[in-house]
Design a protein around this ligand. Structure first.
Ligand code: KE4
Length: 433
């Protein structure tokens, strides 16, 4: 007899491609049937039979304050009472723009969008318009949303033209995107030696979160900044995931790097549809209506999203917030790592601020992954066993070995201890073989 989720999934697949509105939700990477959720509160998310799960996805990052935070919900309710969308300027957009520019020094001006994809797509068009160049550089394993220029993998001959990773992206389009290895300073130098003054921009996840969590070396970022400056290329930090997640100032504060443009999303809307791109005023002034780079959006700066973001920033900027958040990550990740070590499970972990990654490497002497090839060499079967074991025990992790984990300030010691205990049970079973 099919389960409730199987019934819901079958119904969803009738009129929604794959039964989901975003592919990762379909559990394709881990197998099994996705769990349909219908409400969430604090650290917990509840399926349609009201089974509770301790949630480490948090809508892929936005729910840093926990689900349904009273202050955010109240702000959204008040905003809704005042009307849902005006298509006019509102003071709320200005407040959010002012707040982000105050917190992130490299951002002098910022434009709101309705998704991270729009933010990165717009930033790339802006870099091309500002430099008059066509080529862009991205990194293997980094994801920046689904705009055509960015659905491109390294073509044959790493440094030559890119090849589409998706049907529907014209080869003529993909050829302008160069994809090189992440966390590899030499690859950056070689790329600029070959294409230097043809490169409009380099876009990078400054800490990768779409090949699980991979933290690059400082030299990677130093080389990137130096080469972009030397060749007049725009350095774009895609902080859609890391912005206000790994720390209040994001990954750029952690590495002490000033990008020329930064893309945001997820957290700044507190769970409502928001993205943004911003940076040097000299570049941002190329954006319409000031300059010739067109960019627009009916719901950009939506009042509900802006007023949710304003409420959310009030809590994020309280002294000690990120120390408390990262202490929760330490509690969870250090506990799971200790359990893996105890049972002889080859687990490697990364963590910074409210974000973490877990990798099941194949050998005891294999180090923590440093790039996409290292991640693809991990044992995905062990990950899938771990994922389902945790799900069966009421712990909801990302349904893919290529995704990171996200903590909220509402995760309690009880949640964290229960999560470590669940992992320990699974590792004990794995160790028995
Ligand atoms: P959205 O268009 O999904 O709002 O943002 C795209 C995006 C851009 N840049 C980075 C660094 C991102 O991580 C994302 C989206 N992240 C995925 C999680 N891996 C969203 C989840 C999904 O696609 O359903």
């Amino acid at each position: 007899m099919s389960t409730k989720n199987e019934q819901l999934f079958a119904q969803a697949r009738k009129h929604i491609p794959g039964g989901v509105n975003s592919p990762v939700r379909a559990f394709a990477g881990v197998g099994g049937t996705p769990v349909f959720m219908h409400r969430a509160k604090g650290s917990k998310i509840y399926d349609t039979e009201d089974n509770a799960y301790i949630d480490y996805i948090g809508s892929w990052g936005p729910m840093i304050l926990g689900h349904a935070h009273p202050k955010v919900i109240d702000a959204v309710k008040k905003a809704a009472d005042d009307g849902l969308s005006f298509g006019t300027p509102t003071p709320f957009e200005t407040t959010v723009a002012d707040k982000i520019c105050e917190i992130v020094p490299s951002v002098e001006m910022i434009r709101m969008t309705s998704s991270g994809t729009e933010a990165t797509m717009s930033a790339i068009r802006l870099a091309r318009g500002y430099t008059g160049r066509d080529k862009i550089v991205k990194f293997e394993g980094c994801y920046h949303g689904h705009s055509d220029s960015l659905l491109v993998k390294a073509g044959s001959g790493m440094l030559d033209i890119g090849e589409p990773t998706s049907k529907g992206v014209p080869a003529d389009f993909a050829k302008h995107t160069i994809t090189i290895p992440f966390n590899n300073p030499d690859a950056i130098k070689e790329c600029f030696e070959k294409w230097g003054d043809e490169i409009a921009c380099v876009i990078v996840e400054p800490i990768a979160g779409n090949m699980n969590m991979v933290i690059p070396e400082q030299s990677f970022h130093d080389t990137l900044r130096e080469q972009c400056t030397a060749h007049g290329a725009v350095l774009i930090f895609d902080e859609v995931m890391t912005g206000f997640r790994v720390g209040l100032g994001g990954a750029q504060a952690h590495f002490g790097i000033q990008p020329d443009l930064t893309c945001f999303g997820k957290i700044i809307g507190a769970g409502l549809p928001v993205g943004a791109f911003g940076g040097k005023q000299e570049i941002m002034e190329y954006i319409a209506p000031m300059g010739g780079v067109y960019q627009a959006g009916t719901l950009s700066g939506n009042p509900l999203a802006m007023r949710a973001g304003i409420a959310m920033f009030e809590d994020l900027t309280v002294d000690g917030f990120y120390e408390e958040l990262s202490a929760k990550v330490d509690h969870l990740v250090d506990g799971i790592q200790a359990s893996a070590d105890k049972h002889g499970i080859n687990l490697r972990t990364n963590k910074l601020g409210g974000m973490f990654g877990m990798f099941f490497v194949k050998d005891a002497d294999t180090p923590t992954p440093l790039d996409f090839d290292d991640v693809t060499a991990c044992d995905m079967d062990v990950f899938n066993t771990f994922f389902h074991g945790m799900l069966d025990r009421g712990i909801y992790l990302a349904p893919s070995a290529y995704e990171a984990g996200f903590m909220s300030i509402k995760h309690s010691d009880e949640d964290l201890d229960a999560s470590v205990k669940a992992a320990d049970e699974i590792f004990a079973q794995m160790a028995k073989g």
